[in-house]
Design a protein around this ligand. Sequence first.
Ligand code: PGA
Length: 243
Amino acid sequence: MRQLIAGNWKMNGLTAGAEALVREVRAGADGLACDLLVCPPFTQIAPVAAILAGSGVALGGQDCHAAEGGAHTGDISAPMLADLGCAHVILGHSERRQNHGETDAAVQAKAWAAARAGLTPIVCVGETEAEREAGRETAVVGGQLAGSLPEDFAGCIAYEPVWAIGTGKTPTEQDVAAMHGFIRRALVERFGQAGTGIRILYGGSVKPDNAARLLRVPEVGGALVGGASLKAADFLAIARAAG
Ligand code: PGA
């Protein structure tokens, strides 16, 4: 299975900068051995889609509402993302779990909605530093998987230890291998054969200088990249380290 390198731009990007960034990404994307995905903020999806048209670079949102439409001021639905050309949507990112109080049940409902709209959900899980220090990381991630994934889930998982996001800190390869192995076993236990084909991305301070070692770890199916996805040269260097 090809690895997926996904850029999570978070709340960054005005039109001129977003367009320049994605033009550079598109120009460097030919001949890569991995799949490439960019997830701009909602306001930049349409301009970015226009630049990516006809390229192999996929487009995604950073969240969606669980309903298809209706009285939900300020929200964006999965069919709206699909309508703009998105193929993916990031769901349950720790920043949304923390800052918007998203529960596992809410993430599960969004994952259903994404699948109904034909989007591939990328469901994020990960423990805090205190939870890891207490030796509870697999219990926490196991609980998030059990609660956040709907039946017949056919998306991706992103394992993002909260303490590694935006900090420059990363887990050891052994810790990544242990967690990705744990997640794989949980997916196979729940989804059977289909669970073997679900990509498990690693996220949290992935940079050009650590990408090769993180992407070589068994069961790492790609990376979810935050800060480094805002510089085309760094994002493409990470992509070149993938296979
Ligand atoms: P980071 O963010 O690469 O800046 O650590 C990753 C993420 O939050 O998806």
